[in-house]
Design a protein around this ligand. Structure first.
Ligand SMILES: [Zn+2]
Ligand SMILES: [Zn+2]
Length: 109
C-alpha cells in the first residue's frame, strides 16, 4: 500500500469548479493523500479512512465571509475527477496502483 498526494478537481455534487489542485486538511493545512484502497489521510495527522466519508470544500461553495461549505463527494463525480487526474499523472503512477484504486472505489460507498 502506498500514498500519493491527492490531486483532482472538486468532487462535491453540483460543484462547477473544474480546476484540479492539491487538497489540504481543514484543521491543519497539511496535504491530503490517497492510497489504492481508496482511503484518504492527512499527511500530518495520518488519520486514514474511506474517501466517501470525507467532505470537500472549494471556493465555489463558500459563504460571504469566504468560509468554505464542506460537502460530501458525489460518487460518479468522484470517479470522474479522479480518473482525469490519474490520467494526467499517468507517467508517475504504476498501473497496478491505479487498477487497485479503481476496483476499491467501485466497492466502496
Ligand atoms: Zn491534518
Ligand atoms: Zn467545490
Amino acid at each position: 500500500m502506498s500514498w500519493k498526494d491527492l490531486f483532482m478537481s472538486c468532487p462535491a455534487k453540483d460543484c462547477s469548479n473544474t480546476d484540479a489542485s492539491f487538497w489540504s486538511h481543514r484543521s491543519c493545512g497539511s496535504r491530503i493523500q490517497i492510497n489504492e484502497l481508496a482511503e484518504l489521510r492527512c499527511s500530518f495527522h495520518r488519520n486514514s479512512s474511506n474517501i466517501f466519508g470525507w467532505s470537500f470544500g472549494c471556493s465555489k461553495h463558500s459563504d460571504h465571509s469566504g468560509k468554505l461549505d464542506y460537502k460530501e463527494p458525489d460518487r460518479i463525480k468522484l470517479l470522474a475527477v479522479l480518473a482525469i487526474s490519474l490520467k494526467d499523472k499517468g507517467s508517475e503512477l504504476d498501473d497496478e496502483w491505479v487498477i487497485m484504486l479503481v476496483m476499491n472505489l467501485r466497492k466502496k460507498n
